[in-house]
Design a binder for this molecule. Structure first.
Ligand code: CS2
Length: 497
């Protein structure tokens, strides 16, 4: 039985494994991260780990789990150290990350989370709570006041439950103690992520106390950011093979690709780490970077997820190895998405598209189609529907994005098909499933009327799009053909030849 990774065993690591380039004990906390998952541990924590190795500064992280204790339980025994394996076809590096000081579990001890956020030593809050953690209505992007957790947080019926609730309470304490504000860096895959958070937070604050709302407006610096790194869910096998390679057992081990990117909007109101030194790009306007990444990378990822699943593939790298699907995604990026994007001087979009296809093909980071397919109703608006809408407004047919919507509907319908059932992990799409019961999957399914009813009920489509007969007919005929003849036939006809 191997020793476990911890401060006491760091010296036993083979020389090839990179260790923190600083003494973690000598650095205090300056950042609170909301929503600890694999993505945070392989992204923001790695940038901070690099920064700590390059310069002095108290920028270690207290990370918060808003739900389960699982991550804390895994990491606590090993002093919150963990090994990250960064790998692609050409390179591989194992490194131990020391940036995380500790993990708090919000439901167990909400006041510890508020104390951390309201500490005079905290200057920065970074956030990865996924799209649904913002508690917004996907179509309108307004705060979902029907969400029971949001209702509880606004009425202060119990300890905070949501990101919004914790930020409200922390702001109340900071204001009462006359402490400086915070830099809030939103790192989820949403356009204008920090502005969406600000809007939701102010909506909640105004319903509580208008003076608190004014304090938030003037004291919190909302920095939108674009984050990029492919980090799959870890399996026991990954953990075992990394532990074997380091010779130390490590329950927190994880995998990522070698690529990583962080573009941060300069809206700071208080002290910040030197993000540039950490390897991030600091810009005045992050929106064009975010649109580029959401539409080209995430839009293609979602396309591969639904279409790959329909073709029977488990992983994204398998889906992108299918020539017709690769061609479809390449066309989707170049023909449909690129024309909707602003020009960025420092980015060559053709190269960017090529690099995305190469990154998806990386077999060292096996990413499940189902992982991307989850929460489609939260993801599709910014990845597919916004560019679709823009293309229609410019008079283009937008076959690519329309096909992705048709594939999403076919994926939902298939989950209800006898003998092929699988579960849909998307509370927004679950409300569509009663419209796809076996009785409804008749020989005429899916009619134009039925397709339009599904899209209307999803709440994701504007009236303009729903009234757009050419678009609705295109989605319905593609949906129907995928459902009846199979995606392989449709793809081969449309894309090849
Ligand atoms: C993926 C993203 O699961 C998903 O929805 O599209 O997590 C993707 O891997 C990252 O955004 C890459 O930066």
């Amino acid at each position: 039985m191997n020793d476990s990774l911890s401060y006491a065993t760091l010296d036993k690591l083979p020389a090839s494994v990179k260790r923190p380039g600083y003494d973690p004990h000598s650095r205090a906390v300056g950042i609170v991260h909301m929503g600890i998952g694999n993505f945070h541990r392989a992204h923001q924590a790695v940038f901070i780990d690099d920064l700590l190795g390059k310069t002095d500064g108290d920028w270690r992280i207290i990370a918060v789990s808003l739900r389960s204790p699982a991550m804390r339980d895994k990491m606590r025994e090993q002093d919150y150290l963990y090994t990250l394996k960064e790998k692609d076809a050409g390179q591989e590096q194992l490194r131990v990350i020391g940036a995380i000081d500790s993990v708090l579990v919000a439901p167990e001890n909400p006041s510890a989370v508020i104390d951390a956020l309201a500490s005079p030593n905290t200057y920065v809050v970074t956030i990865t709570v996924t799209e649904k953690g913002y508690c917004l209505i996907p179509g309108s992007r307004e705060l979902d006041l029907d969400n029971p957790d949001i209702q509880s947080d606004i009425t202060r019926a119990a300890a905070p439950k949501t990101l919004i609730g914790f930020l409200l309470e922390a702001s109340r304490v900071r204001r009462a103690k006359d402490l400086p504000g915070l830099n809030i860096l939103s790192c989820d895959n949403l356009p204008d992520n920090a502005q969406l958070l600000k809007h939701g937070l102010l909506t909640a604050a105004r319903l509580q106390d208008s003076e608190l709302a004014s304090w938030i407006e003037t004291h919190l610096g909302f920095c939108s950011t674009m984050v990029d790194r492919i980090v799959p869910a870890t399996t026991a096998q990954h953990v075992d093979s990394i532990s074997q390679a380091t010779g130390l057992s490590d329950a927190g081990a994880l995998l990522s690709e070698t690529f990583r990117q962080w573009v941060i909007e300069d809206n700071f109101v208080t002290r910040s780490p030197n993000w540039r030194l950490a390897g991030a790009l600091v810009v005045d306007d992050v929106a064009p970077y975010e649109a580029m990444k959401l539409r080209l990378l995430n839009g293609s990822h979602s396309a591969l997820a639904y279409m790959g699943h329909l073709l029977g593939f488990e992983f994204i790298h398998q889906a992108v190895a299918e020539p017709a699907l690769k061609q479809f995604v390449s066309n989707l990026m170049r023909q449909d998405m690129v024309p909707t994007l602003a020009n960025l001087q420092d980015v060559d979009l053709a190269q960017y598209c090529d690099s995305i296809l190469a990154r998806f093909a990386n077999t060292a980071v096996p990413y499940r189609c189902q992982q991307v397919a989850n929460d489609g109703s939260q993801k599709l608006p910014q990845r597919i529907i916004q560019p679709l809408s823009q293309a229609r407004a410019a008079g283009k047919l937008a076959i690519g994005p329309a096909t992705v919507i048709a594939a999403w509907l076919a994926y939902l319908a298939r989950s209800c098909k006898q003998g092929e059932e699988f579960s849909i992990n998307d509370s927004g799409a679950e409300k569509l499933l009663p419209m796809l019961t076996r009785q409804q999957l008749t020989a005429q399914f899916p009619s134009l009327e039925h397709t339009q009813a599904l899209l209307t009920h999803s709440g994701l489509f504007s009236k303009t799009l729903l009234d757009d007969t050419a678009l609705m007919t295109l989605i319905q005929t593609t949906f129907s053909r995928i459902y009846r003849e199979g995606l392989a036939t449709v793809l081969n006809e449309k894309v090849i030849g």
